[in-house]
Every structure is written in structure tokens, then in C-alpha cells.
Design a protein around this ligand. Structure first.
Ligand code: SF4
Length: 458
């Protein structure tokens, strides 16, 4: 099973992989950039490939095409030629004298440029090729969404919280999130999502949102339990960013007792505070989404909850999302509260039907969802943002069992099923979709692993 590649943003100045810098600092000055000619060879293209720069070239006379790989000198990598600073190798068959001379010429040229810059092999490795460690990268999620977790602390303890089992992109504000935001290539991202923990517990969050806004973030999302935003002036602090800021409130019940049970918090006054915050956010013109995570305690109320949201907020609500509780973190500790997919379908369908009647967008997330084959008549209520074709899954904990999913025409939109779910409930609720076409939803997505360097680096 192939988990999707993730894109990462590197956080540490001076680390890899910076293909643009390799091209500008090294290949170009060495006369090895695209369009360059040397010794009868034309450079047609180059690309970053894993730990190497890959140069494509064609012999002007014989139309022979060659692929050359270069990286800083490292005995751990095989190479045809090692200069003091570089490994130079080639890919493919047909080695001959022309190729040998070309490899030597490339090595000599790169050696001269590195020497002029005063870099030894270790410098080259550190500046251009060193892989960041896990703590030094930010993962960009499918759909080009970047989660910025400004704190791990939370003032609730939701029965289903999956952040308790480890999440990526924890970047406490005090550790320089502002610097990271300043260097972030925001134009390449579809969304920057401020999350946590509970992000509104961080003083100065409005300034961080403002920084993302000023840097040109196209869409900013604040995920919150909403309590802190009920305080006087709290929402007003975000008004300057309203045209590109959406607020996602988590709300899992329509009455205080059940709400308190879902968030495992004794203070039932949190519930009216959340409602006040949502009321006010809508009144102020923010784009508001309510997310309700569903487990056994609140499953039966899903249709009534949807109706209640409609009655209270109508189309003032941008969208209402029912998420299936992922079997990890607190939800996995509370396994007895995890509902089977098939237990949920009637309640979810009733809510979706309300959306069809009223025009309120009522949906489930592509990732935290009942697999689409379990509710095939409601695929238009899935918030699709990632392409999982080719049997990919969104993380290593999910699978698409070949004996069930083989030939499924909805492979592209399906993020896979949690192995833990299958271990407990089996795969009997799943069936490959063979009689319906792919829904054809256009997904603005990326397809390859890549590293996007922060602008501030180097
Ligand atoms: S059959 Fe498998 S791939 Fe198809 S929607 Fe269901 S879980 Fe996903």
C-alpha cells in the first residue's frame, strides 16, 4: 500500500532541498544549465531527483541522449567519477569515450565553481542537499493545505481527539512561527490552517493570522473550539482579515450536557460561550464552518443537530460538516464509543437530505469520513480536496484492501480505510464501486513529493 507523498516546507535556514539554488549558484555558473552547450553536448533540462541533481543532455552530432546525476562528494553513493567535491554518475547503458569525457568535463566545471565559492563537499551537502529532520519540516497536506499548529495545549479533552497520538507541524508560537510565516511561499499553498491544540489560547494569534494575510495567503482558516472568541473584542481582532479568513468552530451537540460529555469538560457554560462566538462571527460576516465529530454518544442527534443549525444560522453558516471520528488518539482509547460505518449512514443521510432541501452545504470531510462506497448516493456531500488515485492512501495507517477495493472507480477520491477499523469491524461494509463513474470533481492538488524552501532560507 502506497501512502501519499507529502510536500514539506523546510524550517531550518541552509538545509535542502533547494533546486532553484542549485541551478542558480552551481549549474548555471558551471555552464550546465538548460540551453547550455559544451564539448558538443546540449543541456536540455535538469531536475532535482532525490539526493541528486539530474542533468539531461543530448549530443549535438549523434542525437545521443544521456542522463547525468551529480551530488556532493559522498563515498556512500556510487559514482562513475569522484572529484574532491562531487560525485558524478550517469544512468543507462552505452558507456563510451564521449560519455567519459563529458562526465569528466562536468566534474571539472562543478569543481571550479564550488572552489570559487569557497565550498568544500560538506558545505555543498549542508547548503544544498542535507535532508531536514522531522522537527525541521512542515508537512503540506493533500489539497496544498498547511496546518500550523501553534500550540499543543488545549482546554478541552474531546473523546475523539486524534492530536493526542502525535501530529506534525507543531510549531509553538514562541519558537518563531512568525519567522516561518515571513519566509513561507504562501502563493503555492491553497490554505493555511491555524490549529493546535487550541490556537486561540496563544496570545498574539491575530498578529500571526495578519502576517499570513499580509504575505498573501489566499485562504486562511482558524480552527477553534470557539470559547475564547466569545470574549469581548476577541473576534473583532480578526476583522481586518475577514475577506480571506474562515473560522471553523467545533461543536458536537446542541445541548450543554452532551456537549460537555463530548469534550470531556465539566463546565457546561462553555456551550453558551461557543454559541455566542458563532452567532457573532456570522453577524460580523466571517465565513463560518461548524464541524461536528460523530461518535456513539452524539450519533442519534445528527439529523436534529443539522436542523437546529439550520434553524439558528440558516445560510449564514458557510458549511456544516459531520466528521467520522478517526480510530486513533482519544477515539482509539474510547473504542466502545466508535460507531460502525453502517450505524451512521441513516443519520448522515438525513442530514445531507436537509442540505439538499435547504441549500445549506452539509458535508463530510474527505479524510475523516465514512468511505464513499458506504454512502454512494451522497458522494456530492464529500469535501474532496486530494487525489488518491493509483491505490494511494492518506497515511500509513490506512489501507485499500485489494480484495475489496480492486477495480473501484472511486479510488481517486477515497483516502483509504483505517486498518484499526478493519481489525475491529472487518471489511464487510465496503464494496468496490464499479457501476458509477468517478464523480469528476476537479481537485487542485499536487502529485509528487517535493520540498519547498522557505523564502528566508539562505
Ligand atoms: S471500495 Fe475501497 S477504494 Fe472504493 S471507496 Fe470503498 S474503501 Fe475506497
Amino acid at each position: 500500500m502506497q501512502a501519499r507523498d507529502v510536500t514539506v516546507l523546510e524550517r531550518r535556514p541552509g538545509s535542502i532541498a533547494r533546486p532553484d539554488k542549485v541551478a542558480a549558484d552551481l549549474l548555471g555558473p558551471a555552464g550546465l544549465g538548460p540551453g547550455a552547450h559544451f564539448d558538443g553536448w546540449d543541456i536540455t533540462a535538469w531536475a532535482h531527483e532525490g539526493d541528486h541533481a539530474r542533468i539531461e543532455m543530448r549530443h549535438a552530432a549523434g542525437l545521443v541522449e544521456r542522463t547525468i546525476l551529480v551530488r556532493p562528494h559522498d563515498a556512500a553513493f556510487s559514482a562513475f567519477l569522484r572529484t574532491e567535491r562531487w560525485n558524478v554518475s550517469y544512468r543507462g547503458d552505452g558507456f563510451d569515450g564521449d560519455l567519459a569525457r563529458a562526465l569528466q568535463a562536468i566534474g571539472d566545471r562543478l569543481e571550479r565553481v564550488a572552489l570559487d565559492l569557497g565550498f568544500d563537499a560538506a558545505d555543498l551537502q549542508r547548503r544544498y542537499y542535507e535532508r531536514p529532520t522531522k522537527d525541521e519540516v512542515l508537512e503540506v497536506s493533500p489539497g496544498r493545505k498547511l496546518y500550523v499548529r501553534v500550540t499543543e495545549h488545549c482546554d478541552e479533552a474531546c473523546l475523539f481527539c486524534n492530536a493526542t497520538e502525535g501530529v506534525s507541524n507543531v510549531m509553538p508560537a514562541r519558537s518563531g512561527v512568525a519567522d516561518v510565516l515571513r519566509g513561507m511561499p504562501v502563493g503555492s499553498l491553497a490554505q493555511i490552517i491555524f490549529s493546535g491544540g487550541e490556537p486561540t489560547l496563544v496570545k498574539g494569534l491575530p498578529e500571526l493570522v495578519g502576517l499570513a494575510y499580509d504575505r498573501g495567503a489566499r485562504d486562511i482558516i482558524l480552527q477553534t473550539n470557539g470559547v475564547a472568541l466569545a470574549a469581548p473584542g476577541a473576534l473583532e481582532a480578526y476583522l481586518p482579515y475577514r475577506d480571506r479568513l474562515g473560522i471553523g468552530f467545533s461543536l458536537h451537540a446542541m445541548e450543554p450536557g452532551l456537549s460537555a460529555a463530548m469534550i470531556d469538560h465539566a463546565d457546561i457554560d462553555r456551550f453558551p460561550a461557543k454559541l455566542r462566538a458563532i452567532d457573532k462571527a456570522i453577524a460580523l460576516g466571517f465565513r463560518v464552518k461548524v464541524t461536528c465529530v460523530v461518535m456513539r454518544p452524539n450519533l442519534a442527534q445528527v439529523p436534529a443537530f443539522a436542523q437546529w443549525c439550520w434553524d439558528r444560522w440558516g445560510l449564514g453558516l458557510h458549511r456544516l460538516q459531520f466528521s467520522y471520528a478517526m480510530p486513533r488518539g482519544n477515539a482509539w482509547l474510547n473504542q466502545h464509543l466508535i460507531a460502525r460505518f453502517s450505524e451512521c449512514t441513516v443519520a448522515f443521510a438525513a442530514a445531507f437530505e436537509l442540505g439538499r432541501r435547504t441549500g445549506l452545504r452539509i458535508e463530510t470531510s474527505q479524510s475523516a469520513c465514512i468511505p464513499p462506497c458506504v454512502m454512494p448516493d451522497y458522494v456530492d456531500h464529500y469535501d474532496l480536496y486530494g487525489d488518491y488515485s493509483g491505490g494511494k492512501v492518506t497515511d500509513p495507517e490506512r489501507v485499500k484492501p485489494p480484495d475489496v477495493c480492486g477495480g473501484c472507480k472511486w479510488d481517486r477520491i477515497c483516502t483509504g480505510v483505517w486498518q484499526r477499523y478493519l481489525d475491529v469491524f472487518g471489511a464487510g461494509e465496503l464494496h468496490a464501486i464499479t457501476d458509477r463513474p468517478d464523480p469528476g470533481t476537479v481537485i487542485d492538488d499536487y502529485h509528487e513529493a517535493e520540498v519547498l524552501a522557505l523564502d528566508s532560507c539562505g
